[in-house]
Design a protein around this ligand. Structure first.
Ligand SMILES: [Zn+2]
Length: 101
């Protein structure tokens, strides 16, 4: 469990690129909780930007999608492997909105 968590953490950190800090915790139900933070952004209240998503693969995708959008919005021109999945992330966002309406 611990090994797979740190392996996931390394993979997520590699995909998120140099601006991100990625941390994976376990919640009370032993589910992965993904936390992706931005090393350069300071959000309101002097707290660094971060996103927090629970759940194994869904949580990973949701946190990574949010991070990808953050990079595009706030740090255009930054290189990160996750940007390769931008169109897939936009499609997922679109699909989630469709499901809600
Ligand atoms: Zn940022």
């Amino acid at each position: 469990m611990v090994a797979s968590r740190s392996a996931r953490e390394r993979k997520a950190a590699a995909e998120a690129g140099p601006l991100a800090t990625v941390k994976i915790d376990l919640d009370d139900e032993k589910q992965f909780v993904y936390k992706v933070g931005c090393t350069t952004c300071v959000a309101r209240g002097d707290r660094p930007w971060s996103t927090y998503r629970a759940g194994a693969d869904n949580g990973y995708l949701a946190a990574m999608d949010r991070w990808t959008f953050h990079l595009v919005e706030k740090h255009p021109g930054t290189e990160a492997p996750c940007l390769a999945y931008l169109s897939a992330a936009q499609q997922r966002l679109h699909d989630r909105r469709e499901q809600r309406s």
